[in-house]
Design a protein around this ligand. Structure first.
Ligand code: LLP
Length: 404
């Protein structure tokens, strides 16, 4: 995705033409970027050949999932719906892991019957339910125990999952207790220790701390886990101020860790696979001057992309046609929704914006369309994927009549 002659292109397609043809707002993905991200991720960690399960919650568009499956990844699911979707796309059960704090009895039973690779257990009660089901089915079930290591992932508090105050996982003493209790179980085989401390992590330190915490449990328990599931969380570069993960260093530490402990590694990345594969194309409806600031009112709202309103996330916004003009008063890019939090970005110095101009909100491939809603009774945006010159519509248009 880049400018050619001052026009923004997604692969070989001029973005402005997409708005002309399909209207706005539209989610628009690059096939090539997606495939490259998958290749890069697997390449970084190829020294220990991990099982990489894409976190379906970050984007469950069928076409996107098919590309991800066809490029060799498995699936990380967190609900009955996601599990059924992953199976329907053709992800092999032997490459599906299932996490979540509130799996219901029938959901566990379904997952067990489908022989998925791993259920990551987050409480002793959940494990008791799994044992009951296994006994009934006379099966031995492979499970993972999710550790809450009480480590701050140094990310937004709303997307941190590995501190004591967060609802996820089991603390180390519970893990040790469960290991003892289920050591000789006829129905439960504890195959994996799992951990996921948060999302949009841009520093290596929290991952290093996780490895240290796991090492401690391994030496205390003397238990041989076949797998260690390190979750996802790898951050992307939303803007210039973003810190960057050092993948080479991370890969080296995990390689050493897996050799030392003789275990295989699982990852559950979402954002790092799909985050930067999409833009949200939008049109300026009105430009409103209020004293010394400009409100740029665009036709994408918080119902289409909730990350800025919910997490204060900063997504860059770029014009589809660049010009050389400079305006140095404050610009507030806001949506049309009747809420003050329907605000995308505040920025100084922007090129002159006119009503009817077209823009792209960047890096919306992860937790974009999946968190969209019909709030204010607005239809959800359609999704397109670009492959070189080809444009493919990958979700159906919701008509206003349908939602009314
Ligand atoms: N594994 C587990 C158990 C998770 O809970 C998550 C994300 C992932 C893997 C994938 O994490 P990722 O690689 O995408 O960081 N809606 C928020 C993010 C919520 C993340 C929830 N869990 C946002 O828009 O930032």
């Amino acid at each position: 995705m880049n400018y050619k002659n001052n026009n923004f292109y997604i692969e070989k397609v001029k973005a402005e033409n997409l708005i002309k043809k399909y209207g706005s707002p539209i989610y628009c993905y690059s096939n090539r970027r997606l495939v490259e991200n998958i290749k890069n991720f697997t390449n970084y960690f190829k020294s220990f050949d991990p099982l990489v399960c894409f976190s379906v919650k970050s984007n469950y568009n069928s076409s996107i999932l098919k590309i991800i499956k066809n490029n060799g990844l498995g699936a990380d699911v967190v609900s009955d719906g996601e599990l059924k979707k992953a199976l329907s796309i053709g992800f092999k059960p032997s490459k599906i892991v299932y996490s979540g704090v509130g799996k219901k009895f029938h959901e566990l039973k379904f997952a067990i019957k489908k022989n998925i690779f791993l259920i990551n257990v987050e409480s002793e009660s959940e494990l008791n339910n799994i044992e009951k089901i296994a006994k009934n089915l006379k099966k031995k079930i492979d499970i993972g125990l999710r550790l809450n290591p009480n480590i701050d992932a140094k990310t937004n508090s709303k997307i941190s999952t590995g501190r004591t105050q967060d609802k996820f996982g089991l603390n180390d003493s519970d893990i040790l207790k469960i290991l003892k209790k289920f050591l000789h179980s006829r129905y439960i085989h504890i195959k994996c220790l799992s951990v996921h401390i948060g999302s949009q992590i841009t520093q290596n330190k929290p991952y290093e701390k996780v490895l240290t915490a796991i090492n401690k449990i391994l030496s205390k328990s003397k238990y041989q886990f076949d797998y260690i599931d390190l979750g996802g969380g790898m951050g992307i570069n939303y803007n210039k101020d973003n810190k960057k993960l050092n993948y080479l260093k991370l890969s080296k530490s995990i390689y050493d860790f897996s050799k030392k402990n003789n275990c295989k590694i699982i990852f559950e990345p979402g954002r790092s696979i799909v985050g930067d594969t999409a833009v949200l194309l939008t049109k300026v409806i009105y430009v409103k001057n209020n004293q010394n600031k400009k409100f740029i009112i665009i036709d994408a709202g918080m119902n289409d992309l909730i990350r800025p309103a919910l997490y204060n996330a900063k997504h860059d916004i770029i014009p589809l046609k660049k010009n050389l003009s400079k305006n140095s008063i404050s610009h507030d890019f806001v949506g049309p929704i009747c809420e003050t939090s329907d605000r995308f970005l505040k920025t100084k110095k922007y090129q002159k914006i006119n009503e009817g101009d077209n823009l792209a909100i960047k890096d919306v491939g992860a937790y974009g369309i999946v968190l969209s809603s019909n709030y204010n009774l607005r239809p959800r945006p359609i999704e397109l994927i670009i492959d070189n010159l080809k444009v493919k519509k990958i979700s159906a248009k919701q008509s206003l009549n349908d939602i009314i």
